[in-house]
Structures are given as structure tokens and as C-alpha cells.
Design a protein around this ligand. Sequence first.
Ligand code: NDP
Length: 257
Amino acid sequence: MKFKNKVVVVTGASRGIGQAICVAFAKEGATVVGVARSDLAETGAAVDAAGGKFIANNADLGTGTQKESADVIAQILAKAGQIDVLVNNAGIIRRAPAKDFSEADWNAVIATNLNSPFFLMQAVGKWWIENGRTKAPENSRLKLVNIASLLSFQGGITVPAYAASKHAIAGVTKALSNEWAKERINVNAIAPGYIATENTKALREDAGRNKAILDRIPEGRWGAAEDIAGGCVFLASGDSDYLNGAVLNIDGGWLGR
Ligand code: NDP
């Protein structure tokens, strides 16, 4: 019960990796605040069943403005009273050849995958430094975890905006960690490999891409959302207090190959 009396905010909590992360924190006794546009009842039921408490906070993180993110954090603080962990997991992918890639798709991906996570961290970090830290138990820390990607290191195929956003979020992770380690804030990231979720449905349905991907993964299987959750709990726990600016690859061995 490492997260009893802790409030863990998970964006993109309605399905996939975010939902599995919510359940993993619930097993450790957390109060989990789930953020997404669509209904969060399924995640809420899974959190309850795992022994946690769930607070739904429907919000659209798709414009990526500073105000949108600040409003979301203010709503959550009003409901939950504190934030101990923020997991920036919400993300989208748009696929098209670079020569045809639309401005709308480019802006949507950058807003959701880069601008919004930065401004959410800015709002939580500001609250912690100016107010939250003094009320938190002595020596406790704020933990910020960004869900990056293999495409924080590689270019991918026909996903230029996604690759740009995921490279950038790895950079932001390091930049904030340099500035905030002294504030008792840990900022780290996870780079998931190929995980079987809605995000990768198109790849799994393309027999050629599916085989090429599987052939390259040393573990020989697509990852499950649950494979990411354990690393996320580690990065949010006291076991990683001296870890800053790291990008933890959980990829079945893909990047080492
Ligand atoms: P899914 O598509 O299954 O889930 C995405 C989640 O993000 C949903 O809960 C969705 O909720 C939420 N979301 C999307 N847009 C918005 C928005 N505008 N406002 C609020 N919430 C939003 O994706 P995954 O679970 O696969 O991906 C989760 C994260 O992991 C993403 O950042 C992704 O880039 C990353 N990742 C995934 C990999 C994979 O192989 N699956 C590999 C590497 C990284 P809703 O639609 O209800 O708003």
C-alpha cells in the first residue's frame, strides 16, 4: 500500500495504458483521478475492484493551451485537495505520408502529446512549489511521469508529428528535471514499446507491419498495457527518489536490438 493517502492523476485514463496504470496505483491504495474526454465508468469500476478510490475528471486536453491545463489542475485540486503524482499518458497518433500530412493533424498531435503535458506539469509544479509542498508530509516529493515512446528515439514510419512530439517530451522531461530536482520534484518518462491498444490497432491489422514488428521484438510478442504500469508505479514511488530525467524503455528489448 505504497500510495495510501496519495492522489495520483492519470491522463488518458479511459482505456489502454492509462487504464492499466490507474489499476496498478489502485492496488497500492491510491486515490486515482482519471482524466479523459469519454466516459470513465469502466476505469472507475476497475479501480474500485482493485482497492483504490476513483475520481473522474472529464476534460479535453486537445487544445494544449496553458489555460486549459491550469483549469484542469485547479479542478482536480478542488476535488482531491492535493496531487502527489501526475502521469501524462493521454496521447494521439495520426498517420499519413509526410508530403500529405495536414496542418490540422500536425497541430492536434503536438497540442495533445506535447503542449498539454508541459502545461499540466507547469501547473502542478507551480502549485507544489508555491503551496502544496509546505502542506505535504516532510520529505515527500511530487512525482511527474511522462509516457514517451520508442519514437522518442526513432522516426517511425508516416508519423512525423508523433515522432516530433515524443522526441520533444523526452527533452522536456530532462529540462524540467534539471530545474525541479531541488524542489523535491522527480520528472521521468517511460518509453513503451509496441503495446496492444487502440493506438496500435491499425498496425496489428496490417499483416505485413504486424509480422515485421513481431520479428524485431526480442520478447516475441506485443506488450500489454499492464507491462507499462509497473514501471510507472516505480517512477512514482519513493524507490526512485534519486532518479531524475530518465527515460525508461519498457519495450520487450526493441531498442537494444
Ligand atoms: P489509446 O488510444 O488506447 O488511449 C489514449 C488515451 O488518451 C485515451 O484514454 C483517450 O481518452 C486519451 N486522450 C486522447 N486524446 C485526448 C484528449 N484530447 N483529451 C483527453 N484525453 C485524451 O492509447 P494508448 O493507451 O496506447 O497510449 C497511451 C499513451 O502511450 C500515449 O501517450 C501513447 O502515445 C503512448 N504510447 C503507446 C504505445 C503503444 O504501442 N500503444 C507505444 C508508445 C507510446 P478519450 O478518447 O476518452 O479522451
